[in-house]
Write a protein that binds this ligand. Structure first.
Ligand code: SF4
Ligand code: SF4
Length: 196
């Protein structure tokens, strides 16, 4: 017989739950008095390492919200030993409109030159929505808050280059492959690691 038929059993159950909850340790986070402990790879804000940006426009083209605005001009750079000066894209403008951004991370993923990074910083709310347009300098300031990449995992999968070298070595048509465990990820300062 189910205890739902016993008079007062529902009340007893409810009181038991109340008692259990009352004695449980509270998990309330006292934000903003106490900063929350967020995972280091949290998607708070996007940081720009402008020196790495080649103005390839991949991020702006792939952004589903079209909220990345890039302007540039070309400059001739003399290269010692070269017959002709080289042309180089100079970044004039790099803005991200965080009022449109949906934090999908596509721009960070597609950047081939490690110029964009996630920072866990999230306290940049504004009273005026127009102030959520962060320019090159503002995005550059977030770099100081980008955490270093995770530590090297010796049991992790080998890189594409190592897999290719290993295949070639196995086929006898290329240089000897480096051992899989030799893969080393940069562990240093922001901007020197891979974008994640
Ligand atoms: S996170 Fe997504 S929506 Fe935001 S700027 Fe990057 S690509 Fe665009
Ligand atoms: S994808 Fe990277 S290198 Fe290319 S324009 Fe965007 S930030 Fe610059």
């Amino acid at each position: 017989m189910s205890d739902s038929g016993v008079p007062g059993s529902g009340l007893a159950k409810g009181l038991a739950v109340t008692l259990k909850t009352m004695t449980r340790r509270s998990t309330t986070q006292q934000y903003p008095d106490v900063a929350p402990e967020l995972p280091p790879r949290s998607r708070g804000v996007i940081a720009l390492l402008a020196e790495n940006c080649t103005v390839c426009m991949l991020c702006a083209r792939e952004c589903p919200d079209w909220c990345i605005y890039i302007d540039s001009h070309k400059e001739e750079v003399a290269v010692p030993g070269a017959a002709r000066p080289r042309q180089r894209n100079m970044l004039d403008r790099f803005d991200i409109d965080f009022s449109l951004c949906m934090y999908c991370g596509i721009c960070v993923e597609v950047c081939p030159f490690d110029a964009l990074y996630w920072s866990p910083e999230f306290e940049y709310a504004e009273y005026d929505i127009r102030d959520l347009l962060h320019d090159k300098d503002h995005l550059g300031q977030w770099m100081a808050t980008v955490p270093p990449p995770p530590a090297h995992d010796p049991n992790g999968e080998p890189s594409k280059e190592e897999s290719t070298a290993a295949r070639k070595a196995a086929a006898g048509s290329g240089p000897a492959a480096r051992p899989v465990t030799s893969r080393v990820r940069p562990t240093a300062a922001p901007g020197e690691g891979t974008a994640e």
